[in-house]
Design a protein around this ligand. Structure first.
Ligand code: GAP
Length: 472
């Protein structure tokens, strides 16, 4: 299904590899006209969910001075172990070379990786040569001849502004600060279209709170959730049970895991196709004391789409120590550097995973993307049955009428009506409005539903109310 979706994405204008006229460069992707609309719909759901939470939003530069990443630990610790072949010059993450050589250990340091390599004569997955070069590879892009970097996460723009934001928010906690923006990582092996990019979109939220206050304790409900803790197997439970049994040992973490599930449901993910997996201790980022990933099913794999980390007060404490700003707040005569829970949404992976999960073939064998109606790039398509002046004139009247209540309307008069329905199914348009012979006689149209192919006849005077109802 993944490969079908990637093919549709390129052919129909969702996304495609960037700069292909110059040969293409891995890890860089363009969004086309439909992809931009779909991605925007995802972003709007994320944004609304956090506005409802009382979050505030900021927008900070992509280009960031090295001092920030020195304090945050990214300069010294944001790296992967790389293995490079001297013969064919291919570069890999060490995990991929070990998997190719059927070795199950994941080394924690370059020294450990070198010792595994010496004992096992690791072969290059591309040319079979023995790999000898193994080293730490920092994932940040540095701007040439400068001490500036492209940020690998949007989060630091929030942390460095903590004091200004807290003043704006009158010192209240919890305070959720969100930022939508680009992150940049010089991935060793960018791959699988939108999954591992060099430049990608993140919607990050830093939730600052006083760890001695349990703000979220009354907010649980009993929604079922699939958890895969690092101590055991995957199982279904409620978030309340998971917290009471200390599977998730932080109430803020539990709250934002459940909130993430609700946002993903609202976007269109079914619970059977998502799960929350806890990182193993040696898998966590350098700043995290606990991390759970929301993973989405893509074919037979589970792919991380959202990372939810307990960053404690690691970042604020380091900026407090290394910058000119003090990051503590006075709370009941205590000096508190707040703790942080960070749900970080990878917008590109969510877009791809949603397309894969929405994809199926209908009974005629044609492609369909069954997005929730409000998530589809276009909500309505207006189609004259035949390309004749009186049909086109009436269609434009209906098109303009629908445009007065909703801007996501597509007009198509090219090809047979069957082909045009299939085209709309393939891009996920939930409702096609057809102007036919009867329309010219009695001012009624047919509305066809993407998921069933069924049609209803509706009077023009009732059409706007009818369509608004369907969209809701
Ligand atoms: N600030 C925390 C942070 O950046 P992360 O788990 O590295 O955490 C968060 O990234 C999300 O960003 C991931 O869940 C993923 O969806 C997305 N992401 C990370 N690296 C990516 C890449 N190279 N390409 C596409 N998306 C990526």
């Amino acid at each position: 299904m993944y490969s079908d979706v990637v093919e549709i994405a390129k052919r129909r204008g969702f996304f495609w590899p960037s700069f292909s006229i110059y040969g293409g460069f891995s890890g860089l992707y363009d969004y086309g006209p439909l992809g931009v609309l779909l991605k925007d719909n995802i972003i709007n759901k994320w944004k609304k969910a956090y506005l409802d939470e009382g979050a505030i939003f900021i927008d900070t530069p992509n280009i960031t001075p090295g001092e920030v990443f020195d304090a945050s630990g990214h300069l010294s610790r944001f790296s992967d172990i790389a293995a490079e072949c001297d013969s064919c010059k291919s570069k890999f993450k060490i995990e991929n070379v070990l998997a190719f050589n059927k070795i199950e250990i994941i080394p924690k340091s370059v020294d450990e990786a070198l010792s595994i390599s010496e004992k096992n004569n690791l072969k290059c997955p591309v040319c079979g040569n023995i790999i000898k070069k193994i080293y730490n590879y920092n994932l940040m892009f540095r701007l040439e001849n400068s001490n500036f970097y492209l940020r690998p996460e949007t989060a630091q723009g929030i942390f460095v502004n903590f004091k200004l934001l807290s003043n704006y928010y009158r010192g209240k906690l919890p305070m959720a600060v969100a930022q939508l923006g680009k992150g940049f990582r010089n991935e060793i092996s960018p791959r699988q279209s939108l999954i591992r990019l060099r430049e990608f979109s993140q919607g990050e939220v830093e939730v600052f709170f006083d760890p001695e206050n349990e703000y979220w304790k009354d907010l649980f409900d009993y929604d079922e959730i699939t958890l895969k803790p690092n101590t055991g197997v995957e199982y279904k439970t409620s978030i309340k049970n998971a917290f009471e049994n200390r599977i998730i040992d932080n109430i803020a973490m539990a709250y934002f895991i459940l909130k993430t599930q609700k946002i993903l449901n609202d976007i269109g993910f079914k619970n059977d196709n998502i799960r929350f997996r806890q990182h193993d201790p040696d898998e966590r980022a350098h700043y995290a004391s606990d991390s759970w990933d929301a993973e989405a099913r893509i074919d037979d794999d589970w792919v991380e789409i959202v990372g939810i980390a307990n960053r404690t007060n690691y970042d604020l404490k380091n900026h407090d120590a290394k910058s000119s700003e003090r990051m503590s707040l006075k709370i009941n005569n205590r000096d508190v550097i707040p703790n942080v829970i960070e749900p970080s949404y990878g917008i590109d992976r969510i877009t791809l995973a949603l397309m894969v999960q929405s994809y199926h073939k209908n009974e005629k064998g044609y492609n369909v993307l069954s997005f929730k109606p409000e998530m589809a790039p276009y909500h309505f398509a207006v189609l004259p049955l035949i390309k004749k002046e009186n049909f086109i004139k009436k269609s434009m009247e209906i098109y303009n009428m629908i445009m007065s209540i909703d801007s996501y309307v597509y007009y198509d008069e090219t090809g047979s009506i069957g082909k045009r329905y299939s085209r709309q199914d393939e891009i996920g348009t939930p409702f096609c409005i057809t102007i036919d012979y009867e329309t010219l006689e009695n001012d009624s149209v047919t509305v066809r539903f993407r998921d069933t192919g069924n049609q209803e006849r509706i009077d023009k005077k009732d059409l706007l109310d009818y369509l608004s109802g369907k969209l809701k």
